[in-house]
Design a protein. Structure first.
Length: 281
């Protein structure tokens, strides 16, 4: 286990603010955060012992995220990753249809990345092609879920049509997260077991693409990461599921770790890809 520093949102009762304030455009993205020391459990043993691991879908159901070792050949040029990721998710989860609706490349190197501006933005159609070589964003800080259920349902309809929930028995919003180089020794992605995350630790805000979830700290939460993650070690993050059964994880809060305190060796700049998809069954 590794002790690391992460940022989480400060609850409204501590701030003395009405939660509705953060649903206003331009305000939600400025939700105050606090640094917390969190224990991270290593997922590497699961990747090294796949014969004892649950299937990717079982992992998504039970805890809201999955770890998968990519056994196929190299993904090839970045320009080909759109098709590769769609096919990868279909193969891993057995989805009937998979569509990419957005993507982001990130780097922790300030000389390389371009921060988001603070202007409210609501994406109203899937972005064709992946945003890989031309626009690199900073690593994300602050535990969150990209969209809440309302925001995710809007995105699913934009990606696959207004009748997507009538056409399919189950619709999920999944992010595929992978480093471009390894091992990752700084700002790794941490994910929370969704079954340990309670509604009392949830705040709703106006996010970059739709309404989103901000995560508050709780001692009951169990956080994970892949120690010294390599480019063939994938994290699948569940953002939304139209068919979450009782006892299953609805989603997984996640964030870039702000400080590993040198636990994984000399730190080098993190470079990663996050591809955001809608999967239908």
């Amino acid at each position: 286990m590794t002790t690391a520093t992460m940022n989480l949102s400060i609850p409204c009762e501590v701030l003395g603010k009405d939660p509705a304030v953060f649903l206003q455009p331009g305000v939600g993205q400025a939700w105050p955060q606090e640094a917390r020391e969190v224990t991270l459990h290593d997922l590497k043993p699961e990747l090294e012992n796949p014969e004892t691991a649950q299937s990717p879908m079982e992992q998504l159901d039970s805890r809201g995220f999955a770890v998968v070792k990519n056994k196929s050949e190299a993904m090839g040029p970045l320009a080909q990753q759109r098709e590769w990721n769609e096919a990868f998710l279909q193969a891993q989860l057995g989805a009937r249809e998979v569509v990419i609706w957005n993507s982001v490349t990130r780097s922790s190197e300030p000389k390389v990345n371009t921060p988001y501006d603070k202007k409210p933005f609501a994406q109203d159609e899937p972005i064709e092609g992946l945003q890989f070589p031309d626009l690199v964003r900073p690593t994300a800080s602050g535990a969150h879920v990209d969209q809440d259920a309302l925001g995710s349902r809007r995105i699913c309809k934009l990606a696959l049509g207004e009748d997507v929930f009538e056409k399919y028995s189950r619709v999920q919003q999944i992010n595929v997260w992978v480093p471009l180089k390894g091992p990752v020794t700084a700002f790794p992605l941490a994910v929370c077991d969704g079954s340990t995350f309670t509604k009392e630790r949830t705040g709703y805000s106006y996010g970059m693409f739709a309404s989103r979830i901000n995560a508050f700290y709780g001692e009951e939460q169990k956080w994970y990461y892949i120690k010294r993650q390599e480019p063939d070690e994938y994290l699948l993050l569940k953002i939304y599921d139209s068919n979450t059964l009782p006892g299953h994880a609805e989603f997984t809060p996640h964030t870039g770790v702000d400080d590993l305190h040198g636990a994984d060796g000399p730190e080098t700049a993190r470079e990663s890809i996050e591809v955001r998809l809608v999967a239908c069954y």
